[in-house]
Design a protein around this ligand. Structure first.
Ligand code: AGP
Length: 596
């Protein structure tokens, strides 16, 4: 949600506008509706509008040279997507120009208390930041002090890039709760919402903490606390390969990422096993051994992976496990056991809802483990322990390889706890990687099924036992990119109400991977069929019937979600493709949901 890039300096032959536009293109995956940049050239020049970065490119005057600029992609929170509400925003004098990612929760109070007579141009919360800095500078504060003064007044989340037209040899940044990184270069320095927006230019990064204020010039990055105390922090090398962020031969990142799942599973095997044993941080193993209850906290697809994790921890390791919707936890806080372990599942490691829970449980003194794809992300930095997914960058808004990777990591954790023979699990995961490959090799089947059946307004996924959890994730995938209204149901629940929605031609997709539910789920398939539904069955080979359209080689039943989810990802992909939709950037959605 929202993306920021900023640059100052003189990298050989490079123009700041191109750096900003390319950086914003890399941030497109986060979800946005407007884009803008401002550059300094004998004064500040702003180009911005509603729409894609490609549209912004056409507006930017590429002939104006510059060595300083900040850019932004906006996901509307305050005010509709429009040119007027797009960032950057300026104060009245035009001296301060601001881009902002996050939400200012006390903007109304700030307007009333400090800016009652101010004539705002936009409907955004961001404009008050520019106006307040201007106000405090007019009262005699230096720009640095004024910015830190404003930071102290803001409640909510912000990553800020700020230009001061009076000092074009530097620019400012600040961060609280929203992600922001510094990229350190030779003769230049940058800020970006993530490593991908910067990695093309440098692999040297400095992480930023909440309530920090940063001054960047071409040859120096100075970090300060909100109180103005200088902070020393070493830089680190980011291992992300610039080519990881390219689509290559694929038309969409989502298809590439679906295809990458076998590699992701093999990488997890390489990271979490030695030749014959598990390779997991002993402190994490001990925390699991000592806990009396696991609380998995997550959102969206990560939460759906959490449901599978609950099955794994309970059935393999015998540890009672609860799954909680991150955004509900704060209000519907459960009774906590004596020795809880909180597991935060998050592809991005930046989800604000999950972070709010992490902050809360840390205050209560509970132990936390983050399982994430992004090293150095907020949830990773702030939890006691981290396990990485090593899935490679996931760019499509619809999460695919992160889901299977999260399940694989939780399976390894549970199996280790239960003293499963590491060699057996290692071999099974290797087999699963091959089975996924055999599914993704058969894309035509999924295209044909999607073109034939997924053409209605509604659709249902059904399953029992662990297949129910797969049905929930499968339905999220289909709805978020094809906009077909899809629900995932426990198959047995259908006749308690939802079956009323089945009419001629309604697609119902059933998942069958467990022997003890096979017959019952098949009865449910008959029930919907006799009411006009068009059914698709996804089954494991040993449980399959001759009429099942998607039959998958057998794997350990408890690990079946790792393979049964893959056909549903491909069905979603081809349903969206058939409708001509923007698969990687579905409407209204953001990859990284950094506001609560
Ligand atoms: C998945 O396809 C979604 N786009 C979304 O539900 C996502 O899983 C959710 O926002 C959580 O994100 P996280 O894993 O980065 O925390």
């Amino acid at each position: 949600m929202c993306g920021i890039v900023g640059y100052i300096g003189f990298k050989d032959g490079l123009d700041v506008k191109e750096i900003l536009l390319t950086g914003l293109e890399k941030l497109e995956y986060r979800g946005y509706d407007s884009a803008g940049i401002c550059i300094y050239n004998d004064g500040v020049k702003i180009f911005k509008d509603e729409g894609r970065v490609a549209h912004l490119r056409q507006l930017v005057d590429m002939d104006v040279p510059s060595n300083l600029g900040i850019g932004h992609t906006r996901w509307a929170t305050h005010g509709i997507p429009s040119q007027r509400n797009s960032h950057p925003h300026q104060c009245h004098t035009g001296r301060f120009t601001v881009v902002h990612n996050g939400v200012i929760e006390n903007e109304i109070e700030l307007r009333e208390q400090y800016l009652e007579d101010y004539d705002f141009i936009s409907d955004t919360d961001t404009e008050i930041i520019a106006a307040l800095i201007e106000k405090f500078v007019a009262q005699g504060e230096s720009a640095s002090l004024a910015i830190r003064h404003v930071m102290g007044l803001l409640e909510g989340s912000y990553a800020l890039g700020i230009m001061d037209a009076a000092t074009p040899d530097k620019f400012y940044a600040a961060k609280n709760k929203s992600p922001l990184l510094v990229g350190v270069g030779k003769n230049f320095n940058m800020i970006g919402s993530d490593a991908m927006s910067i990695i093309k230019y440098t692999d040297e990064f400095i992480e930023l903490h909440d309530e920090e204020f940063i001054v960047l010039s071409a040859n120096e990055v100075a970090i300060y606390s909100i109180l103005g105390t200088r902070v020393d922090r070493l830089s680190y090398k980011e291992t992300l390969d610039a080519s990881d962020t390219e689509k290559g031969v694929y038309p969409y990142y989502m298809l590439k990422e679906i295809d990458e799942q076998p590699f992701a599973i093999r990488r997890i095997v390489a990271e979490y096993f030695t030749e014959n044993t598990y390779n997991i941080n002993p402190e994490i193993v001990e925390s699991l051994a000592n806990t009396d209850r696991i609380y998995i906290v997550a959102a969206g697809t990560s939460m759906n992976a959490g449901f599978v994790g609950k099955q794994l921890f309970e059935s393999i390791a015998n540890i009672p496990t609860e799954v909680h919707i991150a955004s509900e936890f704060v209000y519907n806080t459960p009774l906590i056991s004596k020795r809880p372990l909180f597991i935060f599942l998050s592809q991005s490691g930046e989800t604000a809802d999950s972070r709010a829970v992490l902050v809360k449980i840390k205050k209560l003194g509970y132990k936390s483990l983050t399982i994430t794809n992004v090293k150095g992300s907020t949830l990773s930095r702030e939890a006691d322990y981290t396990l990485l997914l090593y899935a490679g960058v996931e760019i499509a808004v619809a999460s695919t390889k992160a889901y299977t990777s999260q399940i694989a990591v939780m399976a390894i954790l549970a199996a280790n706890e239960a003293n499963w023979d590491a060699k057996v699990l290692k071999k099974e995961l290797a087999l699963i990687a091959n089975v996924i490959e055999s599914i993704t090799d058969n894309k035509l089947l999924f295209k044909e099924l999607a073109d034939k059946y997924l053409i209605k307004r509604n659709c249902f996924y059904i399953g029992r036992h662990i297949d129910y959890y797969v049905a929930i994730e499968a339905s999220l995938k289909l709805k978020e990119i094809s906009y077909i209204q899809t629900e995932g149901f426990a198959a047995g629940e259908l006749k308690h109400g939802t079956i009323a929605l089945i009419e001629n031609g309604t697609p119902v997709i059933a998942v069958i991977s467990q022997e003890n539910i096979n017959l019952n789920t098949r009865s449910n398939i008959k029930e919907v069929k006799s009411r006009g539904a068009e059914t698709i069955v996804i089954s494991l080979k040993s449980l399959s019937a001759a009429t099942d359209q998607i039959v998958i080689d057998d794997v350990f039943p408890v690990l079946a979600p790792l393979v049964t989810i893959v056909p549903t990802q491909l069905l979603a992909y081809y349903a969206a493709l058939g409708r001509g939709l923007d698969i990687d950037k579905p409407r209204n959605l953001a990859k990284s949901v950094t506001v609560e």
